[in-house]
Ligand binder design. Structure first.
Ligand SMILES: [Zn+2]
Length: 143
């Protein structure tokens, strides 16, 4: 079974280093770094990396929800609907964030709020073919 972490353990008015998050939630530092790759927001690129309590809490809540409601490859998780949703194909954007990490941004096809999905750049071809299912032509603009 996948472990979930209690989002209420983190205080929203402080920020944490990777080590502090690891201690707080009793996980390995590597786990925290994986969370950052998966989309946990850090304050900036300065060292040591700082994670805001609010961002950490949001991320843990989102993870909990995702464990409950698994997104299909074609879906993004909508925080507002609290459901996996199909993206509005006209709003799809694929952004290269770092050398290894990218992000899909799109509007929720139901409530129109902004959804994010992080992925490894090496997987971009499969991500694009999974997500841009309705309008394959869209990929021409993305590629
Ligand atoms: Zn929505």
């Amino acid at each position: 079974m996948k472990r979930t972490h209690n989002p209420n353990k983190c205080k929203i008015h402080r920020s944490y280093t990777v080590e502090e998050v690891a201690l707080l939630l009793e996980v390995h530092k590597r786990t925290v770094r994986n969370w950052i790759i998966k989309g946990l927001t850090v304050c900036d690129d300065k060292r040591p990396l700082l994670i805001l309590g609010t961002d950490l809490r949001l991320f843990l809540q989102q993870q909990r929800q995702e464990n409950k409601r698994k997104c299909k490859p074609s879906e993004l998780y909508c925080l507002k609907c609290r459901e996996p949703r199909l993206p509005d194909q006209n709003t799809l954007e694929f952004i290269e964030e770092t050398n290894t990490k990218g992000r899909v941004i799109a509007a929720c096809s139901v409530c129109n709020s902004r959804m994010n999905k992080y992925f490894k750049l090496e997987n971009i071809t499969s991500i694009q073919s999974d997500i841009a299912v309705i309008l394959p032509l869209q990929q021409k603009h993305i590629g």
